[in-house]
Design a protein around this ligand. Structure first.
Ligand code: NAD
Length: 506
């Protein structure tokens, strides 16, 4: 065995023991259980040695890894595999890392793969639309930063040379949503692997098939490139129990939750380093100085993108009275259906809200406008993308994140009132806000007051994701924990490496 193989075997063995809970091995264990432990140790050593001889240390020995699916029966097995892969990955070169990242990009940029995962996601979850999922998956593969995101910084002086480098956390547990299932897996795999980590995904059970397929595609390509096996893994049956097992396993060094408030709160209370990318309720403010026709087009495009599933998508419009009628007129011309009948609005409300009226009825999340209108007995063509309703500011459609193309419009007297209301209905999520205005002073005022991670000015919300606007793409927008639009550096530790009194060549 060479050094690397020994390190891997030791790590495998240690991982079995670091995971034991205090009650698992009683302090005064009887002789028989001690014997059992010793026998268990022998077995583990034998298994680790067998794994080494089966040729898994890809980067170290140039042997091609076993092509697995990356999906394990239990969370325990998945984590063990990712722990071993992490030890092996540490011995890969930066060139290896770059080749693995490019390999993942290449897989998902193949038209047949993009088409398959986009179609599967819509079919399995019953949410969103195929064309927009294509765009989202493509941008995740293309515009997620890789190694270039991890620039080393240096300080030199009489004291010598100090480097500050981005280094891996280790094994990351990544919990992914049903709304962007494959986008999040592509995006996080690239960013997390670029930073030197391995990753255990816990997908939403409702997007099981497509998530497992994405993980399998990644594993196949990494195997072809000679990567260590199981750098990106998951479980065959995703569930809340499995997610909790992931969160509580001491071998997981960092947690990343992309989802609603419950899961973000859970990871933030875990006692581990956690990144929380939570819910939003993005308001779109329109004032009298805006290009109203363009604002209308942008709002309809942003609100209807993937049937309003993205957490950044316009969820309510707040418009200054003076231009409200014209904005509504232009939105109708751009694909909105204005629902005016009070009875129908009431019917829509009972249909798309949950029983308590405190959030969406999941059966309608991510459905298209045409389908929703059909349930009200209204037939429209494919050109209708959004259902508009004029409401008061306290209406549940305004207050709650619906994730469907039902767009409430609230009139206010002036732009200051619009900004004030936008801040209120964003609920301090610090997620996303949109404003259409040419008044720089008011744009600045809104940005300052609302404090969102993304603030899009004069464009559709998705420009903030890197679709159409400048900047990299992400599907994990960490408002609550402050990393913002996550990329490789968010998944890395800062480490200092000091050479004393040498290597300053100035
Ligand atoms: P969700 O919260 O229902 O599920 C997200 C993940 O968390 C899933 O894997 C789910 O199984 C798990 N989960 C949820 N509650 C849990 C609990 N109590 N214990 C253990 N695991 C739990 O969210 P969703 O419906 O899949 O996605 C939509 C939500 O996610 C929206 O609120 C949206 O705004 C948000 N989101 C945010 C971002 C972001 O980057 N900030 C990106 C996508 C989605």
């Amino acid at each position: 065995m060479n050094d690397i193989e020994i390190a891997q075997a030791v790590s495998t063995i240690l991982s079995k023991f670091t995971k034991a809970t205090p009650d698992a091995v009683p302090a005064a264990a009887p002789a028989t259980s001690e014997t059992a432990r010793v026998e268990g140790l022998d077995e583990i050593v034998a298994k680790a040695l067998a794994q080494q001889s089966s040729g898994r240390a890809a980067c170290a020995t140039s042997q091609v890894a076993n092509a697995g699916t990356g999906a394990f029966e239990t969370m325990d097995e998945a984590i063990s595999a990712a722990v071993l892969a992490q030890v092996q990955y540490r011995h890969c070169s930066m060139q290896d890392r770059a080749s693995f990242i490019n390999g993942i990009r290449d897989v998902f940029l193949q038209e047949d793969v993009l088409s398959a995962i986009s179609r599967m996601a819509v079919e399995e979850t019953g949410m969103g639309n195929y064309e927009d999922k294509l765009i989202k998956n493509r941008v995740a593969a293309l515009k997620t930063p890789g190694l270039e995101d991890l620039a080393t910084s240096a300080v030199t002086g009489d004291g010598g040379l100090t480097l500050i480098e981005y280094s891996a956390f280790g094994v990351i547990g990544s919990i992914t949503p049903t709304t962007n299932p494959t986008e999040t897996i592509i995006n996080n795999s690239i960013g997390m692997l670029a930073a030197g980590n391995t990753v255990v995904f816990s997908p939403h059970p409702r997007s099981r098939k497509v998530s497992l397929y994405a993980v399998e595609l990644i594993n196949n390509r990494l195997a072809q490139l000679g990567a260590p096996a199981n750098m990106v893994v998951t479980v065959t049956k995703p569930s809340i129990d499995n997610t909790n097992a992931l969160i509580n396993d001491p071998r997981i060094n960092m947690l990343v939750a992309t989802g609603g408030p419950a899961i973000v709160k859970t990871v933030m209370s875990s006692g581990k380093k956690a990144i929380g990318a939570g819910a939003g309720n993005p308001p779109a403010v329109v004032d009298e100085t805006a290009d109203i026709e363009k604002a209308a087009r942008d709002i309809i495009k942003g609100c209807s993108f993937d049937n309003n599933l993205p957490c950044v998508a316009e969820k309510e419009v707040i418009v200054v009275n003076q231009v409200a009628d014209y904005l509504i007129h232009c939105m109708k011309k751009s694909g909105a259906y204005l629902l005016c009948d009070k009875k129908l609005i009431q019917q829509l409300q009972s249909l798309v809200l949950n029983e308590k009226g405190t959030g969406p009825n999941t059966a309608f999340v991510g459905k298209d406008a045409r389908y929703i209108l059909q349930q009200l007995g209204i037939t429209v063509g494919d050109d209708i993308k959004v259902i508009l309703i004029e409401t008061e500011k306290t209406h549940p459609f305004v207050v709650h994140e619906l994730m469907m193309p039902v767009l409430p419009v609230v009139r206010v007297d002036n732009v200051d009132e619009a900004i004030e209301l936008a801040v209120k209905v964003e609920h301090g999520n610090r997620h996303t806000a949109i404003m259409h205005s040419t008044n720089v002073e008011k744009l600045t005022k809104m940005a300052r007051l609302i404090q969102t991670t993304i603030f899009v000015k004069n464009g559709p919300s998705y420009a903030g994701l890197g679709v159409g606007g400048e900047g990299h793409a992400t599907f994990t927008i960490a408002g609550p924990t402050g990393e913002g639009l996550t990329s490789a550096r968010a998944f890395a530790r800062h480490r200092r490496c000091v050479m004393v009194e040498a290597l300053n060549i100035r």
